[in-house]
Design a protein around this ligand. Structure first.
Ligand SMILES: NC(=O)c1ccc[n+]([C@@H]2O[C@H](COP(=O)([O-])OP(=O)(O)OC[C@H]3O[C@@H](n4cnc5c(N)ncnc54)[C@H](OP(=O)(O)O)[C@@H]3O)[C@@H](O)[C@H]2O)c1
Length: 253
């Protein structure tokens, strides 16, 4: 199946490693020009160099998405350098953590506001595209009870509601909006590698909850995101796609 991604312009936040990086690698392999950001300048430079091997335009930026002005300026510059924006994937998260007011602000500013600010800043470009597509990265932590109450879980839930309502609002301008809820995703340097060494009990319990006995990988999430982002998913808007290897146990109608 041709996803119709060749020549499309995509902006992905938090994409030097993990799921974001897998999304950028796949979109580039499918022929998209891509822009990526993260805080570490060295890692952004390395990622830009490596992704360029796919033969596409790659724009990088060392940006902290929590800094609204810096972040919005980078998005505008990235869209200008790419010559437009057809696809936006806000992927950065402040991550989980035991509850404190500090966590609530961090998850609100990073998970929620960086997504909202990004969608609002890039909307004129996405509208111009004619095939605009936003894929918001949420989490299965938003869908079922996950160990302890955390700001991360609640803010990821807010993103699903935002994605649905935004999809209704911008649909008439040919912009589709969907969200993806990855389950636990294991990769070197990722949160689950850390949990494996610091909290073996939690790691083993999580692994046991996977019907096929393994964690998902970033590349598996990236394939779901690439499909939703692509013109091949022209009929899919306002959906929340669970990509969790069977981790969640609710019936999803
Ligand atoms: N991994 C999982 O099991 C899992 C499961 C469900 C959902 N998710 C969601 O999937 C998304 C990606 O998760 P991941 O595990 O792949 O993340 P990750 O390994 O923590 O990677 C995060 C990326 O974002 C960048 N980043 C972090 N904070 C940033 C900031 N304030 N400004 C700009 N860039 C920033 C990081 O680079 P720098 O550190 O250099 O900034 C890195 O490139 C997140 O939304 C996460 O909640 C993950």
């Amino acid at each position: 199946m041709d996803l119709g991604l060749r020549g499309k312009k995509a902006i992905v936040t938090g994409a030097t490693k993990g799921i974001g990086r897998a999304i950028v690698d796949l979109l580039a392999a499918e022929g998209c020009d891509v822009a990526l950001c993260a805080r570490s300048e060295d890692e952004v430079e390395a990622a830009v160099r490596e992704v360029k091997a796919a033969g596409v335009e790659v724009v990088g930026g060392a940006v902290n998405v929590r800094n609204a002005d810096e972040y919005k300026a980078w998005l505008e510059k990235a869209a200008e350098e790419l010559g437009g924006c057809d696809i936006f994937v806000p992927n950065v998260s402040a991550g989980g953590g035991m509850d404190s007011e500090k966590n609530w602000w961090k998850n609100f500013e990073i998970d929620v506001l960086h997504t909202v600010r990004g969608c609002e800043t890039l909307m004129p470009q996405l509208e111009k595209s004619g095939h605009g597509s936003i894929v918001i990265i949420s989490s299965t932590n938003a869908l079922e009870t996950f160990y302890v109450p955390m700001a991360y879980n609640a803010m990821k839930a807010a993103l699903i509601t935002y994605a649905k309502q935004l999809s209704q609002f911008v649909g008439k301008r040919n912009v589709r909006v969907n969200s993806v809820c990855p389950g636990p995703i294991y990769f070197e340097g990722g949160a689950w590698e850390m949990i494996k060494s610091t909290n073996a009990k939690m790691y083993e319990a999580t692994l046991r909850a996977m019907p096929n006995g393994r964690f998902g990988g970033p590349d598996e999430v990236a394939r779901v995101v690439a499909f939703l982002a692509s013109p091949a998913a022209s009929i899919v808007s306002g959906a929340n796609v669970v990509a969790d290897n069977g981790f969640t146990k609710r019936v999803q109608y």
